[in-house]
Design a protein around this ligand. Sequence first.
Ligand SMILES: Cc1cc2nc3c(=O)[nH]c(=O)nc-3n(C[C@H](O)[C@H](O)[C@H](O)COP(=O)(O)OP(=O)(O)OC[C@H]3O[C@@H](n4cnc5c(N)ncnc54)[C@H](O)[C@@H]3O)c2cc1C
Length: 438
Amino acid sequence: MITTTPKEYGPQPTLKQEYDVIVMGAGPGGAVSAALIAEAGHSVLLLDRSEFPRFHVGESLIPETYWTLKRLGLLEKLKASNFPRKHSVQFVSDGHKESAPFYFEDYNPHECSVTWQVERGVFDQMLTDKAVENGTVFRSDASVMDVLFEGDRATGVKVKLSTKEQNPVREIKSQVVVDSTGQSSFLVNRLGLKDTDPCLKKGTIWSYYKGALRDEGRDEGATIILQTEGKKSWFWYIPLSDDVVSVGCTGDMQYMFNKSRSKPEETWAEELERCPALKRRLENAQQCESFYVTKDYSYKATQPAGPGWVLVGDASGFIDPCYSTGVFLALKSGEFAADAIVEGFQKNDLSGTQLGKWRETYNKGVDNFRRLVYAFYTPGFSFGSFLKMYPQYKSNMVDILIGDVFKDGVDEIFREMDPVMRKTLESHNEVTDSTTTM
Ligand SMILES: Cc1cc2nc3c(=O)[nH]c(=O)nc-3n(C[C@H](O)[C@H](O)[C@H](O)COP(=O)(O)OP(=O)(O)OC[C@H]3O[C@@H](n4cnc5c(N)ncnc54)[C@H](O)[C@@H]3O)c2cc1C
């Protein structure tokens, strides 16, 4: 089972009327912000509505998460954990051709090139523990009902605590509110800031298996991305600890959940038939969880911050499960936001401009991931063929895949990739049009 034993936290801490900063949501984004702001000496209240440790999808890390984890002082804990080491990623084409695994350490022989496949319950708990160790007050029985505003300035939250409390609904004040509520995107919805991505209308079904085939040695913890025949969907294969593997299937929403497929089991069975390399890996495995489903999750916020508030992690946008970028971006935005908040207190400037000052750099990095995701979904586009034509861009591509997306010049690859993608799409559409009109 993927569920984790609840940790004995003891009684939930008593709350004050006011904190310097309130962080809503204790996923990676919120926990990192809280940890770093508290470390700088500010009073921080971190609120989550789920009992911790809680289940969450998103198990595969990418190498560049290393630096935030290092800054938090968590590397030793991770090294001592039983999370499988992820040395590489491997691709299986729709024609069942298995690429050689790509080892990150061959590209960058530094210990950051070996990352982890994490059970999120345990991983997120490590992060919240660090926030608490740094002085954050953490309540995991606290559902935020509203953000309080005076004019356009956020001034605190209205929260519903566990029913064991005498006075469960409270208003708590703060100078800054960090929204890290994940895909619930509290403020984005409250303020009407959601910009959904028309190019990525995807849906995912996933589950967990025990006893699936694992490769050996340093390939044991590799992420495998498997295309299905016809490339209408793809599977992830992420080995976790205790012989569990996370397996998920993603495709266009309309395709994944069309009328003839009333249950996720039906879509799953049909897509698995189109993926013999995965079928072989799951042949002797037992499914140990029911199916989970999520869809239409690709969006971004039109405004990242305002007076006294800032968005972090998925609360400010999400691209796609492909390339496993979500936790990295949550950690990184949590770190950027924390630094801007701490500086804002020093300068006595908690304006939206100050709290969101990192956003331009961040958005450029996110955009590098997004453009590579578009390429992945462009019918007929092949990374292999592109790199044969333009081998000089291999390092740009690897940099993006490992998460080194804020580096100057890493986007040079798109000078050639964007036109190739457009051409590929045009010729694909011509072929599709001519076959449908025949
Ligand atoms: C199908 C799928 C597969 C994915 N696979 C990967 C992967 O392999 N690798 C990867 O890096 N990323 C992956 N991701 C993305 C990853 O899961 C997220 O990007 C990541 O969890 C974002 O972290 P976060 O801190 O922003 O939010 P979350 O981790 O979602 O945390 C948000 C927290 O806010 C709390 N919350 C929400 N609303 C309230 C409220 N009103 N009051 C109090 N608390 C609240 C929730 O309980 C939750 O604990 C995947 C995403 C999807 C959809």
